[in-house]
Design a protein around this ligand. Structure first.
Ligand code: AKB
Length: 321
């Protein structure tokens, strides 16, 4: 078997920080090269400071470590992106094209490019949004992801570069915090709940969005990347689903364990973004092509989130059975 040396770009982020640890377990610490703008003092492993908008720097890191796979997880997300659309476009596109071009030039064996439910807009069925829907995203982040999907397919068709991609829903995990997304409320709410603090939600109570638990998101990523090449029939990006819920539904699940938990609602500009996205996702193509299947629902995820966060904060969990 060929030796795998895997570069993760955006290793300090919500998904990156968890994925790096999983890949270290699978491939060995010395074979995972974590990279981000700055070194995180608590990180244990091989690290390279890398600004992914710098083509030469990326190329040097890839050559220095004889990298064979790249996971590109760095991006400006939906809510932050709307504050400076042109800068978001420039940075997201530059990083993504650098990854694809460096991968082509260095004959990288496999590339992972994350897409998002943000690629969908008001042209789609919002319930069980089909894989092959027309993409008319309403945010610049969604536009950069939809365009990235087409570039991924282009590099595959033109250069046979093996790029694989998932359209992530909102990712919820206890290990790390998200930053700048519209689905971030669904992580913050658990932190407030265990600290027994009231939570003000920036979305309206009945705003249903697709979400996925971190464990499922990591497993989906690794299963997609490990699948035989001939099974990957979709070269833009695969829909994946975990669960769908609204702020009032997650709050009532939390109240099962923290009966005194209080939530109030103060929708801001993120409400409009959320309303442009699907409520639920049809992921049958991923199930069929590489046997994808989520394992967590709102109830089972809530139990784990509250247990783990209570331990993290050294707090007592009220009741959890
Ligand atoms: C965001 O809210 O921007 C992200 C996403 C759904 O891609 N979590």
């Amino acid at each position: 078997m060929n030796k795998n040396t895997i570069l993760i770009i955006g290793a300090n982020g919500q998904l990156g920080s968890v994925l790096v640890k999983e890949l270290q377990k699978l491939y060995g610490k010395e074979n995972i090269i974590a990279s981000d703008l700055n070194f995180n003092l608590s990180f244990d492993g091989v690290f390279e400071a890398l600004d992914a908008t710098d083509f030469d720097l990326m190329q040097n890191v890839v050559k220095k470590h004889a990298v064979t796979q790249i996971y590109h997880l760095a991006a400006i997300l939906s809510a932050t992106g709307e504050k400076n659309p042109l800068k978001t476009w420039e940075i997201n596109m530059k990083m993504m094209l650098n990854v694809f071009e460096v991968s082509r030039l260095n004959k990288i064996e496999k590339v992972f490019f994350p897409s998002s439910i943000a690629v969908f807009g008001d042209a789609v069925l919002r319930e069980n949004t089909p894989q092959s829907s027309f993409l008319n995203p309403a945010t610049v982040y969604g536009m950069s992801k939809a365009s990235g999907e087409n570039w991924a397919q282009y590099y595959f068709l033109k250069y046979n570069l093996d790029i694989r991609s998932l359209r992530y829903p909102g990712i919820i995990g206890h290990q790390s915090l998200p930053g700048g997304g519209t689905t971030d409320y669904a992580v913050e709410i658990y932190h407030n709940a265990v600290k027994e603090k009231e939570f003000t939600c920036f979305l309206a109570k009945d705003t249903v969005l697709p979400m996925i638990f971190m464990e499922d998101a990591i497993r989906a990523t690794i299963e997609l990347m490990e699948a035989p090449k001939e099974n990957i029939k979709t070269r833009t990006s695969y829909n994946i689903a975990g669960m769908s819920f609204s702020p009032q539904e997650i709050a009532s699940e939390i109240k099962e364990i923290y009966p005194n938990f209080k939530i109030n609602y103060n929708p801001d500009f993120r409400q409009k973004i959320a309303e442009s996205w699907p409520k639920s996702i049809d992921d049958n193509q991923a199930r069929k092509d590489w046997n994808w299947k989520p394992t967590y629902n709102l109830k089972t995820m809530t139990k784990v989130m509250l247990e783990k966060l209570a331990v993290k904060y050294g707090l007592q969990l009220t009741s959890c059975d």
